[in-house]
Design a protein around this ligand. Structure first.
Ligand code: FAD
Ligand code: SF4
Ligand code: SF4
Ligand code: SF4
Ligand code: SF4
Length: 405
């Protein structure tokens, strides 16, 4: 469907016609959910702030897309909203937010039944530090003069307070070392269909271009919200233009190809086997054991983290023994959703998410498990510990799990 807010002010505020804002407002006003978790502009366009809203009139403040915010909403739901255990929440999710939520849900850390996920297509986001540097050095504009940014038709576009519009091709920016975060370049979750609705501008053509969002209905919950919002007069829709559907398919395909290209480039730079291990050991020797990678990873939620067990990681050492990192690779790599949080929060700029993502892709090839797309359990959950211990003891086998039979 093409969809847009019925209310003119909401249309104007929205990134592409305000359908998402109108849908969230309807969900809260009608009592379909108890609250909304969304994102709004803080100090400036480089400051994306998560907001928890219970008053429908406040949702208007969240309208618009922030591409220089690198938030992940998944773990906030677990840490601060009790995993939506007894509250129904509508949440706006990019692909990585949705994938993180699915990984937490399969570990019973968030209640998916209470979540209404409004997906946003996502071509990528830029770290606030890189965005400021890029705008100063490549656009030759003071970053504080920029009032709006957007990514459209392969360009990063800025608008200044004097009304000047300028765009530079994202490919050129990335070749020059700016542009999207490394994990976003490798990302292949462009249209988050595990959400209840997936919304974006790809495929909106003709007189609706820029004024409507393409809403893909992905679940019954999503269909119910869209139908109810249309029936209440909050959202207007029309069938998507068939040519637009074709264009949308082509854009998605080319974004996936681009993701593959970047994966090959980044993973090849790591080398293989011992060479890769050596590189990871050298890079992680800068680690100051600040725990930011663990605290911000949507897969790491354990109350008693193994990296804090003195018999596994000797305490009081900086950098910590390599076992600190090995534990995380073992525990997380089959489920890593390449959200980039462990990299951008790292105090020592260690490319943690690159290592973890490279391992995850290898494991996906070996075991066929793709994290973040559905509720299928991760590889390590396929075996039951007690049964495995008994099998090892009885057979003298040295393979911890035996899923090849
Ligand atoms: P609005 O009514 O303006 O509502 C936008 C909603 O997005 C708000 O509820 C707000 O909370 C939420 N939001 C804003 N920034 C973030 C963020 N960083 N993380 C999570 N939620 C956020 N569509 C495409 O088709 N192709 C793309 O390449 C593409 N890239 C995107 C990249 C990013 C980082 C974001 C946030 C969105 C992207 N979109 C993309 C989606 C598109 O920009 C619009 O959000 C969508 O079409 C809905 O438009 P709207 O007018 O209905 O939304
Ligand atoms: Fe978007 Fe993927 Fe980057 Fe998340 S990891 S911000 S979904 S491109
Ligand atoms: Fe995200 Fe890093 Fe955790 Fe992977 S390991 S899910 S990239 S925080
Ligand atoms: Fe849990 Fe392992 Fe992450 Fe620690 S490193 S929080 S034990 S998954
Ligand atoms: Fe080490 Fe970086 Fe993790 Fe901090 S975030 S513990 S410095 S790897």
């Amino acid at each position: 469907m093409y969809a847009w807010a019925a209310d003119a002010a909401c249309q104007e505020r929205g990134e592409c016609g305000g359908a998402v804002t109108a849908l969230l407002t309807h969900a809260l006003r009608s009592g379909m959910v108890d609250a909304v978790l969304a994102v709004k502009k803080g100090q400036d366009i480089y400051d994306a702030v998560p907001v928890f809203i219970t008053d429908p009139d406040e949702i208007a403040e969240t309208a618009g897309s922030l591409h220089c915010g690198t938030l992940l909403l998944s773990k906030l739901i677990k840490n601060y909203l009790d995993g939506a255990r007894d509250k129904r929440l509508a949440v706006t999710v990019k692909g990585c937010d949705a994938m993180g939520i699915y990984e937490l849900a399969k570990r019973n850390q968030v209640n998916l039944d209470n979540l209404l996920l409004i997906g946003l297509n996502c071509g990528g986001s830029v770290s606030p530090v890189t965005a400021r540097k890029m705008i100063r050095e490549k656009f030759e504009v003071d970053p504080d003069d920029v009032v709006k940014e957007e990514i459209d038709k392969g360009q990063f576009i800025i608008m200044t307070k004097d009304g000047e519009h300028r765009g530079i091709s994202m490919d050129d920016l990335e070749d020059a070392g700016y542009g999207r975060r490394p994990n976003c370049r490798r990302c292949k979750m462009k249209i988050p269909r595990q959400a209840d609705l997936a919304c974006g501008n790809w495929g909106v053509i003709g007189d609706k271009a820029g004024k409507a969002t393409f809403v893909e209905v992905c679940s019954e919950k999503g269909a119910n919200l869209l139908n109810a919002a249309v029936a209440a007069g909050a959202v207007a829709t029309e069938p998507a233009n068939p040519k637009g559907i074709e264009i949308r398919g082509k854009v998605e395909k080319s974004m996936l190809k681009l993701g593959d290209k970047w994966r090959a480039r980044y993973f090849e730079s790591l080398g293989e086997g011992k060479e890769r291990l050596q590189k990871i050991m050298e890079d992680t020797s800068r680690c100051i054991k600040c725990y930011a990678c663990i605290e911000n990873c949507p897969i790491c939620y354990c109350v008693e983290c193994s990296t804090k067990k003195p018999y596994l990681v000797e305490p009081g050492q900086v950098p910590p023994p390599f076992m600190f990192h090995l534990i995380r690779y073992v525990h997380v790599s089959d489920s890593c959703v390449n959200c980039g949080q462990c990299e951008e929060h790292c105090a020592m700029d260690i490319p943690n998410s690159l290592y973890m993502h490279a391992l995850q892709v290898d494991m996906e090839r070996m075991f066929g498990h793709t994290p973040g797309v559905d509720l299928e359990l991760p590889v390590l959950a396929l075996v039951e510990e007690q049964a495995e211990r008994e099998r090892l003891f009885a057979t003298g086998d040295d393979q911890i799990f035996d899923i090849f039979k």
